[in-house]
Design a protein around this ligand. Structure first.
Ligand code: UT7
Length: 330
């Protein structure tokens, strides 16, 4: 069996400058800073303006990753984009981003995995690279959650924010370095726990007033999602560690999806990783769907928490429900 795998050669991120604090939310819905911090760990989130969409946001994160690697757009063979909030439904967000990035010779397509989407995209890139079909992939997650948030629903509007993250990946030439194990799962029977209409089955009405009256926003059964989140992330921890033959105590840094500090703490406890070795930025950005993991990885690298040789475990879960884990030796 081939031992070839892929490594992340560069990462990038972009977040809007506009900050929405818990105090701001106290003026918008019936909530308190105390409730939000205690139940979620979130203190503030970033909100993109009306003038910027996910193509532009992802483009900026991708540029950051390309600059970090000193690479040209022509070096990229595949652009794989994860988003739950496309600017438009046709064509793929990746195709619009491809044009903006000037990636002449690449194939560009989207992966729909909600919050898990970026880990899915890494695994798709891994397959394409290992099978020899491409050499370099650019995996981008770009999410404008503020656009699908019902700002009158206190049970969801305090949770989400906007961000984009990216990584360039290539074949790893060094045995034991790069992605050591990947695990992907989903359970469509739990789709109603977190979803958003309209869809092709419920087409977008032409009348904007009618659209507002209908359910065009994300809806979530928070408590049920919470339970499934902990269960599925723990399952992903076990699956990737088993695959790689790595013990829980060996993980240098846990990079979990940033949805709720309590979910992060439960996962860390299960993985036996002390909180000092868990990357947490949910307090600053809230839940930015599939962008949370690449943004966290980028920040962790920039701040020296990921060094050469670090064993990094990434886990995520989201609407679908979907969940995944990726173990990587930097
Ligand atoms: O990326 C995947 C996406 N989603 C998630 O990961 C979310 C997973 N779920 C969660 O993080 C948590 O379930 C929430 C943060 C959404 C909610 O926390 P909880 O501890 O599960 O609270 P709850 O839904 O059980 O609600 C407890 C109470 C309710 O009031 P009553 O019925 O006890 O009187 C809610 O109405 O808190 C109330 N509540 C609020 N109070 C103040 C709900 N939202 C708020 C709010 N401010 N923003």
């Amino acid at each position: 069996m081939s031992v070839d795998t892929i490594r992340l050669i560069s990462t990038g991120m972009w977040v809007p400058t506009k900050v929405l604090t818990n105090a701001d939310l106290e003026r918008m819905v019936d909530t308190t800073d105390e409730w939000i911090v205690e139940r979620t760990g979130i203190r503030e989130r970033r909100i993109a303006g009306d003038d910027i969409g996910v193509v532009e946001m992802g483009y900026r994160a991708a540029q950051d990753a390309l600059e970090g690697a000193g690479m040209e757009p022509s070096d990229v063979d595949a652009l794989i984009v994860s988003t739950a909030t496309p600017d438009r439904l046709l064509p793929a967000t990746a195709c619009d981003m491809q044009a903006k990035l000037d990636l002449h010779s690449a194939v560009a397509f989207d992966v729909w995995g909600a919050c898990t989407g970026w880990l899915y995209s890494l695994n798709v890139a891994r397959g394409l690279i290992i099978s020899g079909q491409i050499e370099t992939a650019l995996c981008v997650a770009t999410e404008k959650m503020s656009a699908i948030t019902d700002w009158t629903d206190r049970s969801t509007c305090v949770l989400f924010g906007d961000a984009a993250g990216a990584a360039l990946v290539q074949r790893s030439e060094e045995k034991g370095r790069g992605i050591l194990a990947s695990y992907m799962r989903s359970d469509g029977s739990l789709a109603e726990l977190l979803h958003r209409a309209p869809s092709s089955a419920q087409p977008i009405p032409i009348d904007v007033a009618e659209l507002t009256a209908r359910d065009g926003y994300m809806r979530m059964a928070g408590r049920e999602v919470f339970k499934n989140a902990v269960r599925s992330m723990c399952e992903a921890v076990d699956a990737v560690l088993d695959q790689a033959g790595v013990a829980k105590g060996e993980i240098d840094l846990l990079v979990p999806h940033q949805a709720n500090i309590r979910i992060i703490e439960a996962t860390a406890k299960y993985a036996r990783v002390p909180m000092e070795r868990v990357w947490v930025n949910v307090d600053r950005y809230g839940n930015t769907s599939s962008a949370t993991v690449p943004v966290a990885i980028h920040e962790a690298r920039q701040q020296g928490a990921i060094k050469d040789g670090s064993l990094v475990l990434m886990v995520a879960f989201g609407a679908g429900l979907t969940w995944a884990g990726t173990l990587l030796r930097w």
